[in-house]
Design a protein around this ligand. Structure first.
Ligand SMILES: *Cc1c(COP(=O)(O)O)cnc(C)c1O
Length: 353
């Protein structure tokens, strides 16, 4: 930092993503990537798109992707916005719907990018505490002056709120926007997407990084009333006309069209998750019921940080948050059955020391 930094740049505390190590090969279960990779049709379509047309700018409206999403989800095109990963869609949403001077509300334990965006856009926020079993107290998310954001299923707990609770939050904040971040929705939660015709204050955000195995392509979507989508487009077109590149638009479109592949791989992850949860419980872990592609678990006697470090030494990366209330928990992404067997073998060796 020096005198050339703006006051804003000096004030920032940036988000720290899970590491993408290059020193050696790890079993990488720290950023909730999909172990199965994108559909072969996605790879084929993307490869076929690498040609001379890359000299041209992409379609700024991402029409092909948005049409495919409209068809896939049964909503109209003007109810969909596409961005460079859902992180970007979230950032645009903070700009489009939240106002400095009005306080936004989110849970105290949730996706740690929310407070970072709030600071970047100089928004005030308060957090509501989860209960002792990591449930979001939805009755505390009422009458916010600035708006609400929540992840459903929540991160890093994996716990999902039922649709009835989302409805209550929407009805309890008729004058502000409620953003529901559904990054993990395909792994077992109830999507609020079907409510966008009913609630003009609802914005649902989804990503292609988890269940669609395209984290490297950076694709996110938002669904909501067309007035909300217009606001997002207005923000985007004041920032960067081409947030999705040509290959991302092609890959995302192909992914939306190969439902069968993604149904199958998502089911595999869910099955592995349930078996792995049972194995962790047998080893004296408290495991939160997860509707996501990861488990949030704490051992009853061994500190989380110690397990994290020892797993890392054994070539296994998981996520540990040095934060009050959850410092004993590990967030372990669900990989292949073989990867999870390796985690269990490593845990057995760590816990027997
Ligand atoms: C992974 C994740 C995102 C970010 O997704 P990208 O589309 O890769 O930017 C957003 N919200 C939550 C809760 C996530 O876990």
């Amino acid at each position: 930092m020096n005198k050339y930094w703006s006051g804003l740049a000096q004030s920032l505390e940036p988000y720290v993503p899970g590491e993408q190590p290059r020193d050696k090969k790890y079993i990488k279960l720290n950023t909730n990537e999909n172990p199965y990779g994108p559909s072969p049709r996605v790879l084929e379509a993307t490869r076929a798109a690498v040609d001379d047309s890359l000299r041209l700018y992409p379609d700024p409206t991402c029409d092909m992707l948005i049409s495919a999403a409209a068809e896939s989800y049964g909503v109209s095109k003007d109810q969909i916005f596409a961005g460079n990963g859902s992180d970007e869609v979230l950032a645009f949403s903070f700009m489009a719907f939240f106002n400095p001077g009005k306080t936004i509300v989110f849970p105290n334990i949730t996706y740690s990018f929310y407070p970072v965006y709030a600071s970047l856009f100089r928004l005030d926020y308060v957090t509501t505490p989860l209960d002792s079993t990591f449930n979001i107290p939805s009755d505390q998310l009422m009458n916010s002056s600035g708006g609400i954001i929540l992840a459903n299923p929540n991160a890093p707990t994996g716990k999902a709120l039922p649709l009835s609770a989302i409805r209550d939050v929407l009805a309890g904040n008729p004058d502000t926007v409620v953003i529901v971040d559904e990054a993990y929705i395909d792994y077992g939660g109830e999507s609020a997407l079907g409510l966008i015709d009913e609630y003009p204050n609802l914005l649902v955000i989804q990503t292609f990084s988890k269940s669609r195995a395209l984290a490297g392509m950076r694709i996110g979507l938002a669904f909501g009333d067309k007035e909300l989508i217009c606001a997002l487009e207005s923000v985007k077109n004041s920032f960067n006309s081409y947030t999705l590149d040509r290959l991302a638009i092609i890959a995302g479109t192909a992914a939306l069209r190969d439902k069968e592949y993604y149904r199958r791989t998502t089911e595999k992850v869910i099955k592995t998750r349930e078996v792995f949860a049972g194995e962790l419980r047998r080893r004296n872990f408290t495991v939160t019921d997860s509707a996501a592609n990861f488990l949030f678990a704490a051992h009853k006697s061994v500190p989380g940080e110690r397990i994290f470090t020892q797993l890392r030494e054994r070539g296994i990366l998981v996520r540990h948050f040095k934060m009050p209330l959850i410092e004993n928990n590990l967030r372990i992404s669900i990989g292949t059955d073989e990867e999870m067997a390796a985690v269990l073998a490593a845990l057995d060796s760590i816990l027997s020391e």
